[in-house]
Design a protein around this ligand. Structure first.
Ligand SMILES: [Zn+2]
Length: 335
């Protein structure tokens, strides 16, 4: 019997199987995008079976590529100019431990390390892990959360920069992040916003939909609900603007032979820039940034890790490196 290449899954938030079609992917697509009728979460189903996920992340997948500007040594001008949202929302001089889940080519990790953070990266791609280790000389492991080798209450900051929507079980990953985070630690998440202006205009052709790599399509309500269910208190939820996503969405639609008509006007950068500013004010920004803390910091038990000493001198590189050639065992949900 052949192993199926797609799987039908229940809602990743509430487990309900009551769902209706949300975006139309066309009769040739083996995938679907559904909306849960219980909790209204939008998710990809059918989606790639977990054992096939790797084929959707080739070594030249954009987040793994190292741009020429990243290969030269960063100057003080670069450091001052580094004003991406990811860098702005973290305290600049950490001197504490930070875990980046879905670290890609390590660009953010290297900047956080320059700012004093003791960083560790996780990525499903062996190539991305190799780049982080060989080019940036920083610790990284192939895998995602859960990652039982990490001690509990070990990281002061855990970041998911555009990675939570890729995970087969985002709730399980957040519950694990809650275990790993110190009592005063913070979790930082950026995900595409399925209520954004671009998503409203371009629907399944929206750049942030990225089917079938994106398995959950969040909005501010579903992201907050999932964080709270995992044990976090949401301190901040704000829009992150990407003025070029309208143009990218329009290009994507055209490349698939879709006629976008008057909507293509919005992709013109002269129109898109002010339009996305207004959209941001209306809560329709292309992405969402959420910052959370432990909801129960007063009562958190000190959990002693199993088999790994939780001491200051603990060297993350001494952890066994899991499976370099395959995706980690993941919680595939039965149809
Ligand atoms: Zn649901």
């Amino acid at each position: 019997m052949r192993t199926p290449i797609t799987e039908v899954v229940p809602c990743p938030y509430c487990g309900s199987k009551e769902a209706r079609g949300f975006w139309e992917l066309g009769p040739d697509s083996p995938f679907g995008v559904l909306q849960c009728q219980e909790c209204k979460l939008v998710y990809t189903s059918p989606r790639p079976a977990v054992h096939t996920l790797g084929q959707y992340y080739p070594n030249d997948y954009a987040p793994y590529r190292v741009k020429p500007s990243q290969q030269r040594k960063r100057t003080w001008v670069d450091r001052i100019a580094g004003r991406a949202m990811e860098r702005r929302c973290l305290p600049p001089f950490g001197n504490r431990r930070l875990l980046d889940v879905g670290c890609g080519n390590g660009k953010f990790l290297s900047i956080a390390a320059e700012q004093g953070w003791h960083v560790v990266g996780l990525d499903l791609s062996a190539e991305a892990v190799r780049i982080v280790r060989d080019k940036h000389h920083l610790p990284a492991y192939q895998g995602t959360l859960p990652f039982p080798q990490f001690p509990s209450r070990y990281f002061s900051a855990i970041t998911f920069w555009a990675s939570l929507e890729h995970l087969p079980d985002p709730l399980e990953a957040l519950v694990e992040a809650q275990r790993l985070l110190t009592a005063d630690g913070k979790i930082y998440i950026i995900v595409p916003n399925r209520r954004s202006l671009g998503a409203k205009l371009f629907r399944e052709n929206w750049f942030g939909a990225d089917i079938p790599r994106h398995l959950t399509h969040f909005d501010s309500h579903s992201l907050q609900a999932m964080m709270e269910k995992a044990g976090f208190q949401v301190e901040k939820m704000q829009g992150v603007r990407h003025a070029d996503w309208l143009k990218k969405s329009d290009s994507l639609a055209r490349s698939q032979g879709r006629k976008m008509g008057v909507k293509s006007l919005f992709a013109n950068s002269l129109v898109a820039r002010p339009l996305t500013l207004v959209a941001n004010w209306c809560g329709w920004a292309e992405c969402l940034l959420a910052v959370g803390s432990q909801a129960t910091s007063q009562t958190l038990p000190t959990i002693e890790p199993q088999g790994v000493p939780c001491v200051e001198t603990f060297d993350p590189l001494s952890l066994p490196l899991p499976l370099p050639s395959a995706l980690p065992a993941s919680p595939a949900k039965a149809a």
